[in-house]
Design a protein around this ligand. Structure first.
Ligand code: SAM
Length: 290
């Protein structure tokens, strides 16, 4: 296909005219997980066992689940809320260990896959998968024994939204219920500005050749990283721009935010308590008790 040169030139000028310091969260600050085509492409990455970038690989997930089962004091029949559950890999495994799951995600391909997986594993009656923005999920009160917010997703929301989500989860847990949150370790966060580019035939950004231009901007005052991706589709000249924000929280700050939200105690587990995960050093897991 020959691209329209006019569209190409417009795309390049849009890149040239981009604001130097974009306003964080101006466009939501998240990947377009709920776009059906992006969701379908991302599902391939979740299921790809050659890397753990979207969901960790099966053996590492089992190691995490063994640990979580113990620190969350889970028992068979425990009712667990999995917030931003992706394709349900954690949820269905927890159901196989005897738990009951309510799992929320707004990626259509992920939720469709999770439902199929639960049915294939005879776990459909233990798993309710809900396709919804977790910020809109009307969580019932005093219902769950435990909740999960894994793989850094909680810090992609604005601090106000994060506080609101924690408050909602605290209210949804039974007294004594526990929440596991996995967030990037701020000491390991790359706080330098950088740029990069690559081309590919196929990937999360499209199924036809594209050029990916990336920028990483550290906002010292706000303590956040903004990544801006410009995706130029080479067959059409169409330009997609995505901005991903990640708020940094140091452990004292996160503990204060959790207590403010209604949790009574918080324990902090740097590097996933040294579990043998390929990227364990990058993360801190917080266990917050209601
Ligand atoms: C990195 S993936 C992790 C998925 C899963 N926890 C795992 O580790 O396999 C992040 C997930 O968050 C979901 N997500 C992001 N923002 C969301 C929102 N506002 N509401 C619901 N789900 C959201 C995405 O659709 C995606 O499935």
């Amino acid at each position: 296909m020959t691209p329209d040169p006019h569209q190409f030139s417009q795309a390049l000028w849009r890149i040239y005219n981009r604001p130097e310091q974009p306003v964080p969260w101006a466009y939501g600050g998240n990947l377009p997980w709920n776009d059906p085509e992006f969701s379908a492409r991302m599902l391939r990455e979740h299921l790809d066992q050659s890397h753990g970038a979207a969901s960790r690989r099966d053996p590492e997930r089992q190691i995490q689940l063994d640990w979580l089962w113990s620190v969350l004091d889970l028992q068979p029949e425990a009712h667990i809320l999995d917030a931003t559950c992706g394709p349900g890999l954690y949820a269905v495994d927890l159901a196989k260990r005897g738990a009951r799951l309510t799992a929320v995600d707004f990626g259509p391909a992920s939720i469709a896959y999770a439902q199929k997986l639960a049915a294939a594993e005879n776990m459909a009656d233990r798993c309710a998968f809900i396709e919804q923005d977790v910020r809109d999920f009307a969580a019932p009160t005093n219902t769950y024994d435990a909740a999960l917010f894994l793989y850094g997703q909680l810090s992609v929301f604005t601090p106000q939204e994060t506080a609101g989500l924690l408050k909602k989860i605290a209210s949804a847990l039974k007294p004594g219920g526990k929440l596991a949150v996995e967030l990037l370790d701020p000491d390991r966060l790359d706080k330098k500005n950088s740029t990069w580019w690559y081309t590919d035939d196929k990937g999360i950004w499209g199924d036809a050749p594209f050029l990916h231009l990336g920028e990483r901007i550290w906002y010292e005052e706000e303590q956040l990283v903004l990544e801006r991706f410009q995706i130029l589709h080479l067959e059409t000249g169409q330009l997609d721009e995505v901005q991903l924000c990640d708020q940094a929280y140091d452990p004292a700050k996160m503990e204060a935010v959790m207590k403010q939200a209604g949790f009574t105690a918080v324990s902090t587990h740097p590097a996933w308590a040294n579990l043998p995960l390929y990227d364990a050093q990058e993360w801190i897991v917080y266990i917050a008790t209601k």
